[in-house]
Design a protein around this ligand. Structure first.
Ligand SMILES: [Zn+2]
Length: 285
């Protein structure tokens, strides 16, 4: 079985004591590929370094909306130079820097004004288009989540971005990216999919009381789903409360198989193929 964890923060210090053992357990569980997204400039650098160190790993680079305070005038150039630096280029030749992310909007923590978050997002979408890389998108609604303002604003910005790509006949319009850890409504899911985005499914889908989320995931087309642990966060059942790790991606695949009335092997194969199509990386197994 070939599983892919398309969102794992393996660079975080939670994994300092046993990073190699974590990778070995992942391989044992059938994981063939892990994507490490950046959260800010230094974590993007760490993600790239890690990706270079192991055949199973790829990296994304970007500034997360809760890290908006770290953004400055030179951030775009610094991401660009990370991408084109000898280490970045070397990594790139092996297809190791595969996306810009994670970027997006976060109306829950409000680390910056909504206007500033939108500007930083647009600048990084420009960067993605310039480098021909898909994006990994973070979206979190405010505490009174029902209004879906965050989804609405994000969709609006993405519609303009995609329209620009289409106008320029940019092939990136066919593989624009993934909405990480999707937890929105079915209506929002449909709109993201119609723009060409994949939806990332994370551990909370396995929680016993997650009926609404499970009902939505059950109706999502398998060929638009990516598996993501978001480790060390969002640990699936039955390890909830403990540190998450990429080997647990199997539990998410298992739940999706149940919801879609198919086998876990099928879920693994289709979602790994989706990831390969989006991030265009080489086979590692
Ligand atoms: Zn993340």
């Amino acid at each position: 079985m070939n599983l892919t964890d398309t969102h794992c923060h393996l660079d975080l210090e939670n994994f300092d004591p046993d990073r190699l053992a974590v990778l070995e357990r992942a391989a044992q569980a059938g994981v063939v590929h892990i994507l490490i997204p950046g959260l800010n400039l230094s974590s993007s650098r760490s993600a790239v370094k890690l990706a270079e160190s192991h055949p199973m790993l790829s990296a994304a680079i970007g500034i997360h909306p809760t890290e908006a305070a770290t953004w400055n005038e030179s951030s775009s150039d610094e991401l660009l130079s990370l991408f084109s630096s000898p280490i970045g280029r070397g990594v790139r030749d092996e297809g190791k820097i595969v996306a810009i992310g994670e970027i997006g909007l976060d109306y829950y923590w409000n680390a910056a004004t909504r206007e500033l978050q939108k500007n930083i997002l647009r600048l990084q979408l420009d960067l993605a288009a310039r480098l021909g890389l898909p994006v990994i998108l973070h979206m979190r609604e405010s505490r009174d989540a029902q209004d879906e303002h965050c989804a609405g604003d994000l969709l609006h910005i993405l519609e303009i971005w995609i329209a620009g790509l289409q106008l320029a006949n940019d092939p990136l319009a066919q593989r624009p990216g993934v909405l990480h850890s999707f937890s929105g409504s079915l209506e929002a899911a449909r709109r993201f999919i119609s723009l060409g985005f994949n939806l990332g499914v994370t551990g909370p889908v396995t929680f016993k009381n997650a009926h609404a989320r499970q009902a939505i995931v059950a109706t999502l087309p398998l060929d638009h789903i990516l598996l993501e642990t978001d480790a060390p966060f969002q640990t699936p059942h039955p390890y909830r409360g403990k540190r998450n790790e990429p080997s647990y991606v199997r539990l998410i695949a298992d739940k999706i198989a149940l919801l879609h009335a198919c086998t876990i092997e099928e879920v693994a194969a289709v979602t790994s193929e989706n990831a390969k199509r989006l991030f265009v990386w080489k086979e590692t197994a």
